[in-house]
Design a protein around this ligand. Sequence first.
Ligand SMILES: NC(=O)c1ccc[n+]([C@@H]2O[C@H](COP(=O)([O-])OP(=O)(O)OC[C@H]3O[C@@H](n4cnc5c(N)ncnc54)[C@H](O)[C@@H]3O)[C@@H](O)[C@H]2O)c1
Length: 376
Amino acid sequence: MRTIGVGLIGTGFMGRCHTLAYRSVRAVFDTPLSPRLVQVCDRRADAARHHAERCGFEKSTDDWRVLVDDPDVDIVSITTPNKFHCDMALAALAAGKHVYCEKPLALTLDEAERMAAAATKAAGRTIVGYGYLCNPLYQHATGLVRSGAIGRPLFFRGVCDEDYQADPELPWSWRSAKAEAGLGVLGDMMCHLVSMADGLLGPIESVLADCRIHYATRPSGDGGERLAVENEDIASALVTFESGVTGMLSSSRAAWGRKNHLAWELHGDAGMLVQDQERMNELQIYRNEGPKSDQGFKTILAGPAHEPYGNFCPAPGHGLGFNDLKTIELANFLNAIADNAPAYPDFAAALRFERVIHAIARSGESGARVRADKTG
Ligand SMILES: NC(=O)c1ccc[n+]([C@@H]2O[C@H](COP(=O)([O-])OP(=O)(O)OC[C@H]3O[C@@H](n4cnc5c(N)ncnc54)[C@H](O)[C@@H]3O)[C@@H](O)[C@H]2O)c1
């Protein structure tokens, strides 16, 4: 077993989530590489120092370039706001590091294209933080679709709703600025739904969308003038997959009562699958079989039969959580690095999702159907 040096940039929500994964991955998985927590960076030096002391990083800094240049760092985790992803990832790849970048890949489609191009030439491996793909029951669902359990796929309907910006008086944050976040709910949440639809049915070919800003301004937070919200609160799209399957996607960050309603249903000609991340340990399946009087949806509860649930817990129905998905994601990445093989989703796959969300944004502006490929 070899050690692999970790550098983490950002100590917020996702910084903590990556740290949990680095600290727990070897307790859960027999990965050939064991993380060594080398250096943590935050633009606030005190936050970086505190995180290092609390979580066991050897060093801290407020300059991410110092971290990227550290010869003891092999993997760079990027958990900063979207506007930093491109510069940090390009520098880390150029320095020969492996890169674990949070989603969305970048601020703009052009940046995402440059990141994916750099990754194809780099020695380091890449992965992007689409952790919901690691839900064992989601993986089970993809297997059920491939095996024909619900017949021929006909239609996909997905939503990704939360209420973290439902309050019109919530103070303005970087998430509302094009220069800081890029897209709004499309980059924050819709991209997760796109990644899941892609995994079930393959690439999305074209979209026809409607995007809206509902709260045009927000309080500045310091008692000053209200600040403009520059990116969409709600986005909806009719989509066509390359396979010919059609679907509907919608996502709102202003949906009161919804906490992580990342939910989808896939209609087949012999049945249906339904999943909702708010009930992430359940998968529903309906099959058109047996007497009509007994037909109905069946709920499958997550358990050791759904790998790698059993690595966490030998008992079915006890449930995994959001952070466990990050641990699975990290184990996948460490295995890919050890095997010198692509991880999933790497920058190339994440670029495919990025093209879809930017196509939805363009379609929302023009009102026209837009192809979700490079040419737009
Ligand atoms: N995969 C998921 O489910 C998921 C969930 C939430 C957020 N995210 C993504 O993670 C990223 C971060 O989001 P978050 O919610 O953790 O944000 P956050 O605001 O909680 O944390 C961001 C951290 O980055 C630090 N930071 C900002 N600029 C920096 C710089 N130049 N150098 C070093 N540190 C800097 C901040 O001080 C803060 O500690 C975003 O890209 C977001 O889209 C992913």
